[in-house]
Design a protein around this ligand. Structure first.
Ligand code: ADP
Ligand code: MG
Length: 460
């Protein structure tokens, strides 16, 4: 008990000298196990934390312990996870920090069960733009990054499932997609599946309706790698949870890698069945934080450079300082700035950035789906009835896809809702349209300008 209080005092001091993100990532969940003149033993949750504390925080820990009257010859870290108790050899092994390509590469355990006749492509859901190389690493996401690297070198063996959780727009999807891309590239015949939970649930509902649940189950249970994004959306959907439980077990028993993301840890997802909760918690769970200012600056600079622009430091700093909670928004503001300047042949300056951001702050919150669709139709000079109607001519289809993209980006509507707003029965049309415009906008400056003009009118 006294030991506990002592450690809390030490932590209290450390908290004052490191960033909030680092503190949560590296120190939350540690404990003081033993102390003597010979050795102080600190309990940690996993090998990454052990190694990181040794490498980066050794000094500060020793000093703060000493300040609190704890002096000894040595400080050691002991891994306290359930896994380490079962497999002591694993805890001794130090984490291999070399890039995945050089790391010992384990083959994916291959599925022996025959596939199925669904028309899905096995690569479905992966987007090549997400890589580990273009992910900027800082204190807040370092642990998650390291775990993803480890999974790419040893899929299905350790850290299964890998569960990443944290708020919106902080890089969860980016990381888990990147792992999928690496594994898929390494073994092109492997069945690497990425699916958002929203889509997963929708497919399951469709399968139930069409009495095709066996095919659905077979499709997912024969994956070599299954990546399920935003799993909090499965909460409360009992049949889906039941199905997922069986999928999970089948894959886990066959040593297939499972990667899951959510906005909170399994224990905090309401109405998540206990048996799923304990499955999720059975592997490696990692808390991701919003990147600190330094990392946000690095992200802005990297993204601007990818776009071929070198931003002044003050512009980078302005964006990263003013948009703190969400990297997606930060990226959105940067893209808007770049598009605005591209359109007018200007260099991005602090004045322009400030002006744009202030306009954004003044945005009305109540924009309806109808307003967005109308504005898009008007931009292309086509009648509203056509954009939501059955016509499939190219000059109608493209505006319709852009409208879907706008609904997703501006209002964050679900895919089924987007499909309905545009008079489509099938939500997969919405998924493909949004994805298509998203991909094309990255390559096509005139499309970006179009989108920006529509947006400017909406918020004017
Ligand atoms: P989440 O899934 O946590 O809501 P995403 O992975 O979709 O967030 O990230 C939002 C956007 O921010 C994506 O475009 C992603 O590429 C980008 N992003 C987030 N974190 C980083 C990072 N550390 N480095 C580079 N890009 C990042
Ligand atoms: Mg996401």
């Amino acid at each position: 008990m006294q030991q506990d209080a002592l450690w809390q005092a030490v932590l209290g001091e450390i908290e004052l000298s490191v960033s909030h993100g680092s503190f949560i990532t590296w120190f939350k969940g540690t404990s003081l196990l033993k102390h003597s003149d010979e050795c102080i033993t600190i309990g940690v949750n996993n090998i990454f934390i052990k190694q990181h504390l040794e490498l980066r925080y050794g000094d500060i820990i020793t000093k703060t312990l000493a300040k609190n009257g704890l002096v000894s010859k040595q400080v050691e870290y002991k891994i306290m996870s359930a896994k380490s108790a079962k497999a002591p050899a694993e805890t001794e092994q130090s984490f291999n920090n070399t890039p995945p390509a050089e790391a010992p590469v384990a083959q994916l355990a291959r599925s022996t069960v025959p596939g199925n006749d669904l028309t899905h492509s096995y690569r479905q859901g992966l987007n090549e733009r997400y890589t580990l190389d273009n992910f900027v690493v800082g204190d807040s996401n370092e642990l998650a990054f390291a775990a993803c690297q480890a999974v790419t070198s040893q899929p299905g063996t350790k850290y299964n499932p890998l569960f990443l959780y944290g708020g919106v727009g902080i890089g969860k999807t980016h990381l888990i997609q990147a792992v999928g891309n690496i594994l898929a590239a390494r073994d092109p015949s492997a069945k690497v599946l990425y699916i958002s939970t929203e889509q997963f649930v929708q497919e399951f509902v469709d399968a139930l309706r069409l009495r095709k649940t066996p095919a659905f189950a077979r499709h997912y249970r024969t994956a070599d790698v299954l990546i399920v994004d935003d799993v909090q959306f499965i909460a409360g959907k009992e049949k889906m949870q039941e199905e997922f439980f069986h999928t999970f077990n089948a894959l886990h028993q066959a040593n297939k890698q499972i990667i899951i993301s959510a906005d909170k840890p399994p224990k905090d997802i309401p109405t998540l069945e206990d048996r799923l909760r304990s499955r999720f918690a059975g592997g490696m769970s990692i808390d991701m934080q919003i990147p600190d200012l330094e990392t946000r600056c690095a992200i802005v600079q990297t993204k601007a450079q990818n776009h071929g622009t070198n931003l002044e430091h003050e512009v980078v700093d302005y964006l990263a300082t003013n948009i703190q909670n969400n990297i997606r928004e930060l990226e959105g503001a940067l893209n808007q700035l770049l598009a605005y300047c591209e359109m007018r042949g200007l260099e991005p300056t602090l004045t322009i950035a400030t002006g744009l951001l202030n306009v954004n702050k003044a945005r009305p919150k109540h924009l309806s789906a109808k307003q967005i669709i109308e504005r898009t139709a008007r931009h292309f000079q086509i009648p509203f009835e056509d954009i939501v109607g059955p016509k499939r001519d190219k000059d109608i289809v493209v505006p319709r896809q852009i409208a879907m993209y706008m609904l997703r980006n501006e209002l964050k509507l679900s895919f089924p809702k987007i499909a309905r707003e545009l008079g489509r029965k099938d939500h997969t049309t919405a998924i493909h349209s949004v994805d298509k415009i998203d991909r094309e906008a990255r390559l096509d400056a005139s499309l970006r300008m179009t989108i920006n003009e529509i947006r400017e009118h909406l918020y004017a």
